[in-house]
Design a protein around this ligand. Structure first.
Ligand SMILES: Cc1cc2nc3c(=O)[nH]c(=O)nc-3n(C[C@H](O)[C@H](O)[C@H](O)COP(=O)(O)O)c2cc1C
Length: 143
């Protein structure tokens, strides 16, 4: 089975809810998923992944430093051509997902555009958007 790894940073749980819905969408489309909060994630989580989705909430106009550190450390592994996706919950400006998309693009990844940003706690429509992102990733790596 193709593999998706989801790594996310969340302060109050909203980006975590997004991550779990992306997982649900991908699993429903027969993809193996590894999901980990950035605090407990390690570089091996992305080994053999066909797609990598990175999430972060926006705090003080930026992605969470722990998430940026993880993404920068990913540079040690081959990423070119792999599917990438960025997502995150935000309150008003929502810089985090854009920042992550840019880093993934710089690695030569095939990044899903636009990224997925949801204001505050995802509503049922928001959860549906996340499930659909999981399915969209699955479709790309199931080919
Ligand atoms: C101290 C603090 C700073 C924040 N700064 C921003 C910001 O600069 N831009 C923005 O869009 N949202 C900002 N937010 C709102 C959060 O991004 C929003 O509450 C989001 O839903 C948190 O996601 P999480 O539950 O995954 O941590 C801030 C929230 C707090 C508490």
């Amino acid at each position: 089975m193709p593999k998706l790894t989801i790594i996310y940073g969340t302060g109050s749980g909203n980006t975590g809810r997004m991550a779990k819905a992306i997982e649900e969408g991908a699993k429903s489309a027969r993809v193996e998923v590894t999901i980990n909060k950035v605090d407990t994630a390690n570089p091996a989580d992305i080994e053999n992944a066909d797609a990598i989705a990175i999430g972060s909430a926006t705090y003080i106009k930026a992605a969470m430093p722990s998430v940026i550190r993880y993404v920068k450390a990913m540079a040690d592994q081959p990423l070119k051509g792999k599917v990438g996706a960025a997502f995150g919950s935000y309150g008003w400006s929502g810089e985090a997902a854009n920042e992550i998309s840019k880093l993934l693009e710089d690695y030569g990844m095939d990044v899903i555009n636009p990224n997925l940003r949801i204001k505050r706690q995802p509503s049922s429509e928001g959860i549906e958007e996340c499930i659909n992102l999981g399915k969209q990733i699955a479709e790309k790596i199931n080919k």
